[in-house]
Write a protein that binds this ligand. Structure first.
Ligand code: FAQ
Length: 319
């Protein structure tokens, strides 16, 4: 007797069993629609963040204080573009074209990280982004190298290697300023004061108010919760700030021997909601610049598409 095709419930149970066994899921596997849309939402937001994230530091490329600093910054900003490419490619394995993902960013259906809506006021901000923002990104992304969706996990491995260099260069930049003139030390401290709290917001809302964490962790898309990652980051940053000789702008920050972690003060979640909702200091500018760059690049995409069409058509390929 012919075997019946498995029903939806059976497939879902089989899928969860694979996830529970830590099986890496691939595009060819059967995936529940909700899993697909959850992974796509996260990868797309991540891809947009990498590309929009080129803007705050990119603003300083022409004003870097030396050739050495300029070469480092150029390489770093180009890396972020590459990260965007890996991630858009990973997202496309879920059946949505990059052009469509960019359209969703432009019309507000998809987001990018709140952190990139803050301005880079001084050269020290480049150091603070490298040390704090890339430091937070690695903390999150190291956990994501074990995410259940194969193409996303593989992209994360490459990205983490580069992010380590990014964090190191930010730390070294602040190190130099902190040991420079009094004005340079003040500039470094001011940058850390402004970037600290927005960096803690990058990890997302507290677990108790995070609508996606429970399902995302059950499907092993996220392997570590928002609050736990935030705590890991704080525990890492405190001794590094001490090594820099800079302070973190939180009077409640202290070691808690009972918990074996640092306690820290309350995060302004209203500010987070405002920024994610579109009302941060640079939201409008970031999207305007992205749209303009996308429009400027239309001829490159048209030429690439024409070339691909010509060479896909065997009649058009020269003998
Ligand atoms: N900004 O339920 P959850 C980088 C949204 S690193 C904006 O906790 P989830 C490197 C969330 O989307 C930055 N929105 O959601 C770099 C959801 O909204 P929705 C990028 C945020 O997904 C460095 C709602 O709040 N890294 O680019 C933020 O389980 C320097 C509820 O939140 C990643 O994207 C936020 N900060 O957890 C580049 C990492 N947080 O969709 C250049 C991958 C939360 O319901 C220079 N993503 N939301 O409307 C993740 O790990 C997760 O998506 C979280 C959020 C942890 C961000």
């Amino acid at each position: 007797m012919a075997q019946e095709a498995p029903g939806e419930d059976q497939r879902a149970a089989g899928f969860q069993a694979l996830v529970d066994a830590d099986h890496r899921l691939e595009p060819r596997d059967w995936l529940p629609d909700r899993y697909r849309s959850m992974v796509l939402r996260q990868i797309a937001q991540h891809a947009h963040s990498e590309v929009i994230g080129m803007q705050p530091e990119g603003n300083w490329i022409t004003r870097a204080p030396s050739l050495r600093r300029k070469a480092i910054l150029l390489a770093k900003v180009q890396d972020e573009a590459g990260h965007g490419l890996y991630l858009y490619a990973a997202a496309e394995t879920l059946g949505v074209a990059r052009e469509e993902l960019v359209a969703r960013l432009h019309d507000g259906r998809q987001k990018y990280s709140s952190i990139f809506n803050y301005p880079t006021r001084t050269w020290a901000d480049v150091g603070a982004i490298g040390w704090l923002v890339d430091g937070a990104a690695i903390t999150n992304q190291l956990a994501l190298t074990r995410t259940s969706y194969g193409p996303y996990a593989r992209a994360m491995v490459r990205i983490c290697r580069e992010e380590s260099f990014h964090q190191r260069q930010g730390f070294e930049l602040l190190w130099a300023l902190a040991r420079g003139t009094e004005a340079q030390r003040r500039m470094a401290q001011d940058a850390v004061d402004r970037w600290w709290w927005p960096t803690l917001m990058m990890f997302g809302p507290p677990d108790a108010r995070s609508p996606h964490t429970a399902q995302s962790m059950a499907w092993r898309i996220k392997r570590v919760s928002n609050d736990e990652l935030r705590q890991r980051f704080v525990d890492m940053a405190v001794p590094q700030a001490a090594a820099l000789g800079l302070t973190l702008p939180d009077p409640e920050l202290r070691w808690n021997a009972d918990r074996g972690h640092h306690d820290f003060g309350p995060i302004d979640w209203e500010e987070f909601q405002r920024v994610v909702g579109g009302d941060g200091p640079c939201n409008a500018e970031r999207l305007r610049v992205h749209r303009a760059a996308h429009d400027d690049g239309a001829w490159v995409r048209a030429a690439a598409a024409a070339f691909a069409a010509k060479h896909r058509d065997p009649v058009a390929v020269p003998a």
